[in-house]
Write a protein that binds this ligand. Structure first.
Ligand SMILES: [Zn+2]
Ligand SMILES: [Zn+2]
Length: 252
């Protein structure tokens, strides 16, 4: 049981080195920005303030779910580690999409408002949420995992590895840097995983592109921006968007 304490402590703090590493990388001259737009005054310090409260939420609930027996754990065999990672990824994509779309309803918008204070994303935006939003999102992830663990106890290591990968990918997704090559959304990998352009457009335009790490639920429900691929190719080619409201596809 000792390993779960180590996992929880790491998860409570690991976002900070991730954010700082991506922020220092983003300061280089040769990076391809999605938006060549100035950050609003006070945005970064507001995001840092929010992060102090919300960053440890996933780790705290993860530990509570394990300690209470709500989330049942078995030995970390390689197949179980892999299956637990994969289930955590798939379930979190579904839960994130459903809860995110719901947070955009007028009735629930107050929960998600703080995250959307940042129209231009930066690495710190990835850890800037209201406490209520973070609690709901995190509890939903664990509820899905806990339900499955009634049938098949899961690997704590697999879940820990998923959280770590999700945290890092989420910082990249808010980085305002496009690190994939032009034409990424026409590739095999681009049909499975988003690039940073994807979520940048969600913040800049407020609607659509609700997916977390993958575009497939937006594709399924028709909630993706049709000019995402075109914009990705343009910004990856070194021509950033110059206004938050800029659109490329005049048909939409
Ligand atoms: Zn949103
Ligand atoms: Zn965001």
């Amino acid at each position: 049981m000792k390993a779960v304490y180590v996992y929880s402590v790491i998860l409570a703090f690991i976002n900070f080195p991730f954010v700082m590493a991506v922020e220092s990388y983003a300061a280089r001259l040769q990076v391809k920005k999605v938006f060549a737009v100035d950050v609003a005054p006070g945005q970064r310090s507001r995001e840092i303030r929010n992060s102090l409260l919300t960053t440890p939420v996933h780790a705290t609930l993860f530990l509570a779910a394990l300690q209470s027996g709500f989330l049942r754990i078995a030995s970390d065999t390689p197949p179980l580690v892999f299956a637990s990672f994969l289930f955590a990824l798939l379930w979190t994509e579904i839960w994130h999409y459903a809860s995110h779309v719901a947070f955009h309803l007028r009735l629930l918008h107050f929960i998600h408002r703080e995250h959307h204070e940042s129209h231009l994303t930066g690495p710190w935006t990835s850890v800037s949420f209201s406490v209520v939003e973070k609690l709901i999102f995190s509890a939903g992830i664990l509820a899905g995992l806990a339900l499955l663990s009634r049938l098949q106890p899961l690997s704590a290591l697999g879940i820990f590895l998923y959280y770590t990968a999700y945290f890092f990918a989420n910082v990249l997704g808010h980085s305002n840097i496009e690190f994939r090559r032009p034409g990424y959304y026409g590739t095999f990998l681009g049909r499975i995983f988003n690039s940073p352009t994807y979520h940048s457009l969600h913040h800049a335009r407020y609607f659509k592109n609700y997916g977390l790490l993958t575009p497939w639920l937006d594709n399924l429900f028709g909630t993706g921006w049709p000019d995402t691929a075109e914009i990705q190719s343009r910004v990856a080619g070194g021509k950033p968007l110059t206004r938050l409201g800029e659109r490329l596809n005049r048909m939409h």
